[in-house]
Design a protein around this ligand. Structure first.
Ligand SMILES: Nc1nc2c(c(=O)[nH]1)N[C@@H](CN(C=O)c1ccc(C(=O)N[C@@H](CCC(=O)O)C(=O)O)cc1)CN2
Length: 301
């Protein structure tokens, strides 16, 4: 029987969405401003279309004016850059999100850096990454997945992580680095581990908070986890179901959930953990951007 507390990302995300809805309607009532989100998707990747659909539906539910720009696979860098430039110039658009990954022939980094930082609700522009790195959490926009994962850490440990050792496995700009910085700002003692780390299992066993973002199904085993640790699983891997027949698959994280649940103190499931928080944080960032565009500051979500 599993002993760890299951950290319910859907529940935390739902309460955040309620706060976003209230904040959005307050802005409309007080300033007459409707929060605007533009979502851009290029190509036919089915998973990306699913995520974009979910973002659009939730944006509408939050009371946003949400527009989706669907571009064909063969879109050129110039076409996409012109669309971003027009959204940058549109005062009714407070947040711009370009769904990743982009088709291989496009330079995703150049597109992300062309978004105005104050509309970069994905928090990926160097200005926003730099603000996070220098400890300015008040004026920038923080990348949605690390912000969502951090929210789940706070739901277990509170605001101050002083005295706790945190290990993040993964050093990407999208997740590992910003997650490490958020943990550091909350006073945790942070290690960022990666594919070249020696004795990865041993490093992980020191962690009071272990965050896995490696992209390898169920790589983190029970023997990697300190008894009682909090384990945050950021992986989303689709694996075949043994004997399930053609095309049968299920989603698993980077953590071997069942065995790690026997050792950990708290653990996020996949699905239903960090994933729902990513989309909730996008909504929070978008209404935050709308408030700032009106010279106001909303509550901290
Ligand atoms: N521009 C961006 N592109 C991408 C991001 C991002 O944050 N910004 N993240 C991922 C995809 N993503 C959002 O876009 C995302 C992935 C997964 C989930 C989620 O809720 N997952 C569910 C399971 C869903 C399923 O059944 O397939 C869960 O974990 O419970 C939300 C958002 C890459 N691209």
């Amino acid at each position: 029987m599993a002993g760890a507390t299951r950290v319910d990302g859907k529940k935390v995300a739902a309460s955040m969405i309620e706060a976003v809805k209230a904040t959005t309607s307050a802005l409309e009532e007080e300033a007459g401003v409707k929060t605007g989100l533009a979502v851009v998707i290029v190509g036919d990747d089915p998973a990306s279309h699913t995520y974009v659909g979910a973002k659009g539906r939730l944006a509408k539910e939050c009371g946003f004016n949400s527009t989706q720009h669907t571009l064909p696979e063969e879109t050129t860098q110039g076409d996409l850059a012109r669309l971003v430039a027009s959204l940058n110039a549109d005062p009714a658009v407070h947040g711009i999100l370009v769904q990743l990954p982009l088709p291989k022939h496009l330079d995703a980094e150049a597109i992300i850096q062309s978004i105005r930082p104050e509309k970069d609700v994905d928090g990926l522009h160097v200005v926003n990454a730099g603000k996070l790195a220098t400890g300015d959490l008040a004026t920038g926009l923080i990348s949605c997945t690390p912000a969502g994962a951090m929210r789940l850490v706070r739901s277990i440990h509170g605001e101050d992580l002083a005295g706790l050792a945190a290990v993040v496995i993964g050093r990407s700009n999208l997740f590992g680095k910003p997650m490490g910085q958020l943990l550091l700002h909350a006073n945790a003692t942070v290690t960022i581990a990666h594919s070249r780390t020696k004795d990865l299992a041993g490093v992980c066993r020191n962690a009071d908070i272990l965050v896995a973002a490696v992209g390898r199904a169920e790589m983190v085993k029970a023997g990697w986890v300190k008894p009682g640790a909090t384990v945050i699983d950021v992986g989303i891997n689709r694996v075949d179901v043994a004997g399930g027949g053609e095309g049968k698959s299920r989603l698993v994280g980077d953590v071997a959930y069942d065995e790690v649940s026997e050792v950990a103190g708290a653990i996020t499931p996949v699905p239903g953990g960090v994933g729902p928080m990513t989309i909730a944080m996008l909504m929070a960032n978008t209404v935050t951007a709308a408030y700032r565009a009106c010279g106001r500051e909303p509550l901290r979500f």
